[in-house]
Design a protein around this ligand. Structure first.
Ligand code: NAP
Length: 338
């Protein structure tokens, strides 16, 4: 199957790999970016055949550009959503564009007769706010937005995915919707504008952390996430489904150990000492980024991708390869000193 796919948020980290994979597999891609002034820069990172890629300006918070973006597209991969490295001044800075952008993408897709929308949701819409001792979550679970420790980003992803599903249910027609729900996405970076999810590896390698807080996350490779998006765009009979995209849950100490094992001298600044929870909690009082995730100390959230493996034949690569390729690309691109 080939045709034209609209990829929203074409300047984004995961979107870059989705666009590459689509073009490699014969699709033509139209991508939205907030400003066409960025088109030359984004084209340069992507390095795909110019004739198979075009850009339209569109923002999640405004109707302008969306009708033109959708015209003639049979499929949409909706990736645009705010993912800042820091904490927002107010949670609505994330929730409103995430929710309204998803609804806008669906509404204009429905008007244009698009057949399927694959929306990039997150395990943040699955595994948070449940309380208690649960450590394992599946596609059947939904983050409890007013549950304990749920900060702005998981709220934004949960509210956006719910809103998209509710809108389609009450519209009684429109495109099929499938969601890809990745854990923390790592892997090679294409340019200097990479996702906030790369920050942990960057900070470890650059020696920006005084020690290792007892924090962790599921990790998944950006190339495998892109591959899953393409499978979700084309596989028949999966309307309405959610697909977790995740490898193992790793603590920062596990990631640090892989870096030290595999990166030799380049890993010399990676910390070895664990940071006591008490120290992290104290530091979080003065650090808004840390204060968002301090509730995560000691937590384990396994989000196995059994459904994607069984239903779509998705096979993610080993996590060591992902961590090493992330580190190598940060060094090769001069983002972290060798
Ligand atoms: P990213 O590199 O920060 O990409 C986010 C994209 O969204 C960028 O293209 C950004 O445009 C766009 N965007 C943000 N606000 C916008 C607005 N108001 N209007 C139009 N576009 C807007 O992050 P990413 O990691 O590739 O994330 C892509 C998707 O995957 C997001 O939906 C994210 O929630 C989801 N996800 C990511 C991870 C992860 O670990 N990275 C895990 C699970 C799910 P600008 O370049 O103009 O800012």
């Amino acid at each position: 199957m080939t045709g034209t796919v609209l990829v929203t948020g074409g300047s984004g980290y995961i979107a870059g790999f989705v666009i590459r994979r689509l073009v490699e597999t014969g699709w033509t891609v139209r991508a939205t970016i907030r400003s066409l002034a960025r088109e030359p820069e984004v084209r340069a990172w992507l390095g795909v055949d110019d004739a198979r890629l075009s850009f339209v300006a569109a923002d999640l918070t405004d109707d302008a550009g969306w009708a033109a973006a959708m015209a003639g597209c049979s499929h949409v991969a909706h990736l645009a959503s705010p993912l800042p490295a820091g904490a927002p001044a107010h949670e609505d800075e994330l929730i409103v564009p995430a929710r309204d952008g998803a609804l806008r993408a669906l509404r204009f897709a429905a008007d244009a007769g698009v057949g399927r929308v694959v929306m990039t949701s997150s395990v943040a819409a699955i595994a948070y706010g449940h309380g208690g001792d649960r450590t394992r979550f599946t596609e059947a679970d939904w983050t409890v937005v007013d549950g304990p420790g749920v900060y702005a980003y998981p709220k934004s992803k949960t509210i956006a995915e719910r809103a998209a599903r509710d809108w389609l249910a009450q519209a009684g027609g429109g495109p099929e919707l499938v969601t890809v729900n990745p854990s923390a996405v790592l892997g090679p970076v294409l340019g200097p504008d990479f996702s906030a999810s790369i920050e942990a590896v960057k900070k470890l390698l650059a020696g920006d952390l005084p020690g290792l807080p007892d924090l962790g996350f599921g990790i998944v490779d950006v190339r495998d996430v892109a591959d899953l998006h393409v499978r979700c765009l084309t596989e028949p009979g999966i309307a309405g489904e959610r697909f977790i995209a995740s490898g193992p849950f790793l603590k920062l100490a596990d990631i640090a150990a892989v870096l030290r094992d595999e990166m030799g001298e380049a890993a010399r600044r990676v910390p070895k000492m664990k940071l006591p929870d008490m120290l992290v909690r104290m530091a979080a009082r003065f650090d808004p980024v840390l204060s968002q995730v301090v509730g995560e100390l000691g937590h384990v959230r396994e989000t196995p991708a059994d459904h994607a493996r069984a239903r779509l034949g998705w096979v993610p690569r080993p996590h060591r390869e992902t961590i090493v390729d992330t580190a190598r690309s940060l060094i090769e691109r001069g983002i972290v000193a060798a």
